[in-house]
Design a binder for this molecule. Structure first.
Ligand code: UDX
Ligand code: UDX
Length: 434
């Protein structure tokens, strides 16, 4: 089986590289020529631990290649993984225009049987539209099946998530499609769950929305902790010891960001509205998450009173550690607010500064990206922790305190121990703890 991967963004690149590492013959294509040129040279346009090494390895052993030509890729492939983006529209729904245009291209190049696999996160019932589109625009005699195989990759651990999955969801309509996908994933055969396509599509949206709900729930509880003597870290620990609840995704902080949770929660709300199902629980999940920034600004105001002309070091710009991705990062709305209040911002992130410059170009003295962490904190009136990179956890706080104009530390990710930090002389604020 020759596998084509259409769209080599975060999801597509990991999918292409990892499928080839499983021994399959894979070709990746993308409308972005630069991404394909770089990938063909063994260089990855995203930072994802372990990915570039595997890319190089599989290019070299010949199981992986990249092509600018969508038509050739479609014609050469037996299985096509559709990994194009499904961006959020104004009304919260997912914009399916790239999935539609990709389906039309597949239709026009249907030279033999093809299995078309949705990998991008799509609204339930998308497969019906893909099938209709391919049938409407079909040229040639090729037959086809559509299947859903949602991705559950977390950025930062995507390669390991792919290679050690908790589950491989395969949504199919025909035995042939099932057999082909089971064969592709034979290494993970005891993790495979076969369902119909609507179910597979919904498993993805329901999973992400549930995890987002867990995060909003603990953030809600953190508000209560701040008004009492409770400590949200211990509340989460105590709750998590119950295996029915589980300890993961109960970290209170600045809320969830990234290319999936915010978008998927809103998309599911919209799907519910369109299909007449009441999913208003998810509207609260979204609202609680959005409110995190205002609540954090409240802490900044409490510490600084007036933000105007204060030097504020912002550590962490990526939406989470171990990635350079800034899509829907909480840092964006935070920086926008601080910018509107005329703060003098010193921004630092180990990997995401280039991506952040697209949102906020360098604009001294209002916005300065610093080469290293220490330059950001020098003479700062306050230090904000926005993403919990390990580099920040290991900070030499004694040194930092001496470098700052005012030793004020506002920790949006509960990285530090309050007693320890205060004993060094910092004024310390965190989330859901005294
Ligand atoms: C992901 C998944 O598609 C989606 O499931 C998830 O909800 C978030 O977005 P991701 O890989 O993170 O996509 O997006 P992106 O990095 O934007 O990659 C999409 C790629 O598809 C881009 O490289 C883009 O150039 C390419 N593309 C887009 C095509 O090749 N053809 C198109 O018609 C449109
Ligand atoms: C998520 C899903 O986990 C993955 O299965 C899906 O395929 C894509 O979306 P990702 O967006 O890469 O992955 O990151 P994830 O680790 O899930 O974190 C999402 C956001 O939630 C981050 O902003 C993170 O900081 C935040 N988060 C996570 C919390 O605020 N608290 C937590 O306890 C966990």
């Amino acid at each position: 089986m020759k596998i084509g991967v259409i769209g080599t963004g975060y999801v597509g690149m990991v999918t292409a590289v990892c499928l080839s590492d499983l021994g399959h013959d894979v070709i990746g294509t993308d409308i972005d020529k630069e991404k394909i040129d770089k990938a063909s040279q063994g260089s990855c346009h995203i930072y994802e631990p372990g990915l570039e090494e595997l890319l190089k390895k599989n290019l070299k052993n010949g199981t992986l290649s990249f092509s600018h030509a969508l038509e050739d890729t479609i014609q050469a492939s037996d299985v096509l993984f559709v990994c194009v983006n499904t961006p959020q529209r104004e009304d919260g729904s997912a914009d399916m225009c790239y999935v539609e245009s990709t389906s039309r291209s597949i239709a026009e190049n249907l030279n033999k049987y093809k299995l078309v696999v949705e990998k991008s996160t799509v609204p339930v019932q998308t497969s019906m539209w893909i099938k209709r589109t391919i049938s409407l625009y079909k040229k040639g005699n090729g037959e086809f099946d559509v299947a859903s195989n949602p991705e559950f990759l977390r950025e930062g651990t995507a390669v390991s998530d792919f290679m050690h999955p908790d589950r491989v969801i395969i949504g199919v309509e025909t035995k042939k499609a099932e057999e082909m996908l089971v064969k592709i994933y034979k290494k993970f055969k005891d993790k495979v769950l076969v369902t119909n396509i609507d179910t597979a599509e919904l498993i993805k949206h329901a999973s992400n929305s549930f995890l987002a709900m867990k995060i909003s729930f603990i953030n809600l509880i953190s508000d209560l902790c701040e008004r009492t003597d409770a400590d949200v870290e211990l509340v989460a620990k105590g709750m998590g010891l119950d295996p029915r609840i589980g300890k993961r995704f109960l970290r209170a902080g600045l809320g969830y960001g990234g290319s999936c949770f915010p978008k998927d929660v809103r998309a599911l709300i919209k799907i519910g509205e369109d299909l007449g199902a009441d999913l208003s629980l998810l509207k609260e999940v979204d609202r609680i998450n959005t409110d995190r920034i205002q609540s954090f600004l409240g802490k900044i105001k409490k510490a600084l009173w007036i933000v105007k002309d204060k030097k504020i070091a912002v550590l962490g710009l990526a939406f989470k550690p171990e990635t350079d991705d800034t899509r829907n990062a909480p840092s964006i709305n935070l920086i926008k607010e601080l910018q509107s209040q005329e703060a003098l911002l010193r921004l630092y992130d180990p990997k995401a500064m280039d991506n952040m410059r697209i949102h906020f170009p360098e604009d001294p003295p209002k916005i300065i990206y610093t080469q290293n962490l220490l330059d950001a904190v020098k003479e700062a009136n306050a230090l904000l922790i926005v993403t919990e990179w390990d580099e920040f956890k290991d900070l030499n706080l004694r040194k930092i305190k001496d470098m700052m104009a005012n030793p004020i530390l506002i920790d949006g990710r509960n990285v530090f121990d309050p007693d320890e930090v205060r004993s060094l002389g910092f004024e310390y604020y965190s989330i859901g703890r005294k």
